[in-house]
Design a protein. Structure first.
Length: 158
């Protein structure tokens, strides 16, 4: 297993990765109805990606295998704030690992990278959202040291 992780490279996502990222986002019980995999892929995905990478406070990273295949992805946003004495916080979203590669510590590798990046940018904390029905994901984050600390709410607009 350790050899596998040595062959996994974390890098910023590129435009040519978008189809695979959308496939990863769609490959679960929540994303199945939320994402659109029809071809040609909606230009909305490309527009959103371009806006993300144009903003230095946002990034999408991928875990890439030695053969160039994408194994996983996540998105991070760095949010300035007045609380915590004006400190920045990091938000992690859309963490996905390809279903054929789960259980190989790839998610841990990506999360370790994200935590290191938050520290490098001097964020005071990292927040993430996990749907209340994703019990395995909740255990994964708890095993990585995250604590259940908030009760989230949302208003669906579209």
């Amino acid at each position: 297993m350790m050899n596998m992780l040595r062959e996994v490279h974390i890098r910023p996502a590129r435009r040519e990765d978008i189809r695979t990222i959308v496939r990863l986002l769609a490959d679960d019980e929540l994303g199945r109805d939320r994402e659109d995999l029809s071809e040609p892929l909606s230009q909305a995905y490309f527009k959103a990606f371009d806006e993300i990478v144009a903003d230095k406070r946002n990034l999408v990273i991928v875990a890439e295998a030695a053969d160039g295949g994408l194994l996983g992805c996540l998105q991070m946003t760095f949010i300035p704030g007045l609380s915590h004495q004006g400190a920045e916080r990091a938000l992690i979203e859309d963490v996905r690992v390809d279903k054929h590669h789960r259980g190989r510590k790839i998610g841990h590798h990506m999360l370790d990278w994200a935590i290191g990046e938050a520290r490098r940018r001097h964020s005071c904390l990292i927040e993430l959202f996990v749907h209340e029905t994703r019990f395995a994901a909740r255990r994964f984050y708890e095993n990585h040291g995250f604590k259940d600390s908030h009760r989230g709410m949302r208003l669906q607009l579209a």
